[in-house]
Design a protein around this ligand. Structure first.
Ligand SMILES: Nc1ncnc2c1ncn2[C@@H]1O[C@H](COP(=O)(O)OP(=O)(O)OP(=O)(O)O)[C@@H](O)[C@H]1O
Length: 245
């Protein structure tokens, strides 16, 4: 459904990534991991088509739903921001119909953000805004969801909600999902595969269990990390990543 082949993006003389292959099939979820400045946002934007490749090829459907890390705090109701996702199906001078508002409300409900429906975006917190953006992405009804660090502004309760929403979306199998994250545990909890940006010309993609080994993760972040399973009553074995300071 989405594929990059031999993809490269350069900033001046410096390659941010090069020779990158990525494939994202329907119903699959891939997490992108890498330290600050390694190129996660650049890659995400390349996948959406917002950034053009300097090398390689991109195959994608016409509409890719994209959740950026931040959005300007627009002075509009959350519902109106979410309904903007329907613009593509309205034509040039079309206005949203009842069915579009129904889709927008359903998207807000699906992520448990109905409470923000009538609130203005510029009066919501950064984390609340991010949930509204996720609803907007769902309201596009695109089969591909691309999210840039969707948990970055979320508190623990909302991170937990986000993980539950992403797991639910993955289980429903309607979307191909790509998300970047600084939280490797989210990749373990949600994704089928991880793509590790080890270096500009070194990327490793594979099933999360295999590719997110202690040695790969420690090399990725340049700090010793351990993976452990913790038994938690009612939840079974939970995977966790522990940095060794
Ligand atoms: N428009 C630009 N012009 C020049 N360099 C850029 C531009 N945008 C990003 N970069 C550089 O490209 C590199 C990758 O940036 P990117 O934002 O993709 O990293 P990231 O992995 O998403 O980082 P973070 O985890 O901090 O959000 C960085 O070194 C950044 O300085």
């Amino acid at each position: 459904m989405i594929a990059l082949k031999g993809a490269g993006i350069r900033r001046g003389e410096r390659w941010i990534f090069r020779g990158l292959d990525l494939s994202l099939a329907p119903g699959r979820c891939v997490a992108v991991l890498g330290p600050n400045g390694r190129g996660k946002t650049t890659l995400i934007k390349a996948v959406t088509g917002l950034d053009k490749l300097d090398e390689g090829t991109r195959t994608a459907p016409p509409l890719v739903a994209y959740v950026p890390q931040v959005i300007a705090p627009l002075p509009y109701r959350a519902l109106d921001v979410v309904v903007m996702a329907r613009a593509r199906s309205l034509g040039l001078f079309g206005t949203p119909r009842r069915a579009d508002y129904d889709i927008a409300r359903a998207a807000l409900a699906r992520i448990g953000a109905e409470a923000f429906t009538e609130q203005r975006l510029d009066r919501l917190s950064g984390g609340e805004r991010q949930l509204v953006l996720l609803a907007r992405a769902l309201a596009t009804q695109s089969p591909v969801l691309v999210l840039d660090e969707p948990a970055s502004a979320l508190d623990l309760a909302n991170q937990s909600r986000l993980v539950a929403v992403l797991r639910d979306l993955r289980a429903a199998g309607e979307h191909a999902i790509l998300f970047s994250t600084h939280l490797p545990t989210h990749a373990l909890e949600v994704a089928d595969e991880a793509l590790l940006l080890m270096g500009p010309e070194d990327q490793r993609q594979g099933p999360v269990d295999a590719v997110m080994s202690e040695s790969n993760l420690s090399a990725l972040y340049g700090t010793p990390l351990r993976r452990r399973q913790v038994a938690i009553e009612g939840h079974g074995l939970v995977e966790t990543i522990i940095p060794l300071h």
